[in-house]
Design a protein around this ligand. Sequence first.
Ligand SMILES: C[S@@+](CC[C@H](N)C(=O)[O-])C[C@H]1O[C@@H](n2cnc3c(N)ncnc32)[C@H](O)[C@@H]1O
Length: 271
Amino acid sequence: MQQSVIVSHRFEFGKNWNRFLSVLDEERIQIAEHSLRRMLEVEHLKGKSFLDVGSGSGLFSLAARRLGARVHSFDYDLQSVACTKEMRRLFSAGDSEWVVEQGSVLDEGYLALLGTFDVVYAWGVLHHTGDMWTACNNVAPLVRNGGLLFIAIYNDQGPPSVFWRWIKRAYCSSLLGKVVLAMVFIPYFILRGLAADTVRRKSPLRRYFDYRRTRGMSCTHDWIDWLGGYPFEVAKPEQVFELYKQKEYVLVRLETRGGANGNNEFIFRKS
Ligand SMILES: C[S@@+](CC[C@H](N)C(=O)[O-])C[C@H]1O[C@@H](n2cnc3c(N)ncnc32)[C@H](O)[C@@H]1O
């Protein structure tokens, strides 16, 4: 499977996802299910088809499956695919309603064979492909009429985004880059959290317990994902809105990060 974009120094997402599997528990799975139900405004996904584009750990494929959807998961990174398969083996062994395979959202030939789905989910993926706008265009035909497109894309912060892109590239370029940047930024993330908690008079450990409550993810794995996540592109919410408006999608939910870094989340309905 080829990406249509050749990127040097690609982050090995799957390695990080493998480490995440070791901290996965029932509570995280339930939080992931809850986050899908909340964002999609549904009680379940029974009778629905769900395409997980860039499935990563496979946590959200599992959550959708447990909510009753027929799930098709794909990822470009072979280790992410292995991770999603391991997720299926551990929690849904022998499941014929959950397909996991390697594929690229930039490969139009592959996508053309998939058909259409009630829900297309591409959370934190399109900006890591090396060609974000092609990837954004490519997911549009995968949603059936009346279906939902749920995407999350890094917020364009201007100069800070340029800075982070440089850091991520340096992180992925060598072992030395990884070690040095992890030694600089992980203490920085910890101290920044500590300072904010001290000002707000909150327990400094609370944030680490609370972190899982949004999507069931792990703070330390997300730090590495953030530091290394390259290729890295960003978009302003209005750019994403305009693109899908032209494709006759209607925005039904938007959660932005304000001026901060992180993913803006969009849910569009295909009209
Ligand atoms: C930050 S992770 C997000 C994983 C998952 N969607 C989630 O919400 O946890 C990004 C994933 O996108 C995958 N990816 C990158 N380029 C891709 C492509 N062209 N096609 C499919 N997946 C891709 C990476 O391998 C990685 O697993």
